[in-house]
Design a protein around this ligand. Structure first.
Ligand code: FAD
Length: 380
């Protein structure tokens, strides 16, 4: 790698920032340009995430990656200037339907093969941890070593580390409208600005990645799913677990200020956009009341929507794409990208510098989705 090499990173969420930080930390000597369409970094998926850092019960292909990604967050945390709320208070998943109970049991079996210890909990044990829960809950899966983070604070701190190196050119408020490769170099068209040329292109644009790839005739099989989140005023009592009720499609955590942050992804949230309608907020509150009837009515003070970029097998899509030289994509996170993003960014940075992907990334190669045009991609 010579000094003249330029790496362009599209996307200033935790994945793109992780890649920029990796290049700096590993001594990349060339030019690094990070392009972000919003005026501030990390305002899309990263700031809007629920904040679970769950390793246990991940798919076999993802278990080791999740483990390493968790350790990476712990190492980053030591470099942050503020507490970003990383707590290992456990993750508790619960369900009642036959399908969800079977899934929890399967996750428990999988956890035995790696990705952290788990315990199956019967109804009374669940109520011991969450006395407010609905009476018909059937089974719980607790991973006591897992935990949570404040996504907004943590993203800000990763951005601060990137800036502290003083060598990453950050172009915020600049949307990439198209990419093309000419004579071995990438050319990125920017809305209202001069194009950027680079030797390498790291595409970490979250839910927007497929659209950007399309401009170069490349496809990424990713679907978008909307999640609506509500935040309440602080409440008592305090609890430590990140909680997810699969029947109610609800997640809940209590942040370090005592506020409840809860939301859900449901088939009724069909408008894939940024807004939160009254109906959508009402659906989230309904799920909350149904799942945790004993917790009382939360006083909602804020709400937001986020888009999850979901791949067909619900595993992230990481690596080079056939037909595109020196392009590395990190997308299709399927809701696990906050945990994985910074570490995967770091691995991608190393790949740019060495030319070789880390073997742990092999199962996530985009090539696994090679399919004939007649193949349906409707089911996930
Ligand atoms: C509601 C919700 C809950 C989630 N909960 C969790 C969780 O509990 N645990 C977990 O691990 N993960 C969770 N995730 C997933 C996680 O937030 C993301 O996968 C993760 O933040 C990955 O970040 P990213 O950098 O790929 O994406 P993003 O943070 O979305 O960053 C992509 C960036 O690219 C920018 N961009 C887009 N288009 C362009 C363009 N044309 N030009 C320039 N820039 C562009 C965007 O503005 C954005 O800043 C959740 C996601 C959502 C939405």
């Amino acid at each position: 790698m010579t000094k003249q090499q330029t790496v362009a990173i599209v996307g200033g969420g935790v994945a793109g920032l992780g890649a920029a930080l990796g290049l700096m930390d590993h001594g990349f000597a060339g030019r690094v340009v990070l392009i972000e369409s919003e005026t501030e970094l990390g305002q899309r998926g990263s700031r809007r995430a629920a904040g679970a850092l769950r390793r246990a019960g991940r798919a076999d292909a993802e278990a080791e990656l999740a483990e390493r990604a968790f350790a990476h967050w712990r190492a980053l945390e030591k470099r942050f200037s503020v507490d970003v709320g990383i707590r290992q208070g456990g993750v508790l998943l619960v369900g009642s339907s036959a399908e969800h109970v079977a899934d929890l049991r399967e996750k428990h079996a999988r956890a035995g093969r790696g990705g952290g210890a788990t315990r199956l909990l019967e109804r009374e044990e669940i109520r011991g941890l969450m006395p407010w829960i609905r009476h018909d809950v059937e089974l719980g899966l607790l991973s006591p070593e897992d935990g949570q983070v404040d996504p907004a604070l943590a993203t800000q701190q990763v951005a601060k580390l990137v800036r502290s190196h003083g060598r990453v050119e950050i172009r915020s408020g600049a949307a990439v409208t198209g990419i093309e490769q000419r004579a071995g170099r990438w050319r990125l068209a920017l809305a209202g600005g001069e194009p950027i040329e680079s030797d390498w292109l790291i595409l970490a644009a979250g839910a927007a990645a497929p659209r950007i790839l399309e401009s170069a005739g490349l496809t990424l099989p990713v679907m978008s799913a909307k999640v609506v989140t509500l935040r309440s005023a602080p409440v008592e009592p305090r609890f430590a677990q990140f909680f997810q009720d699969w029947d109610a499609q609800l997640f809940l955590r209590q942040n370090v200020r005592g506020e409840l942050q809860f939301g859900c992804l449901g088939q009724d949230l069909i408008r894939v956009d940024d807004g939160v309608s009254d109906r959508e907020a009402a659906l989230v509150l309904e799920a909350f009341r149904h799942s945790l009837p004993g917790l009382g009515e939360p006083r909602v003070v804020d709400s937001w929507a986020g888009i999850i970029d979901e791949s067909r097998d619900r595993l992230p899509i990481i690596g080079s794409i056939d037909g595109a030289d020196r392009l590395l994509v990190a997308a299709g996170w399927s809701g696990h990208g906050f945990l994985l993003g910074p570490y995967v960014g770091d691995l991608i940075a190393r790949q740019v510098m060495t030319g070789e992907p880390d073997p742990i990334l092999m199962p996530f190669a985009p090539a696994r989705f090679s399919y004939s045009p007649s193949t349906s991609n409707v089911d996930a």
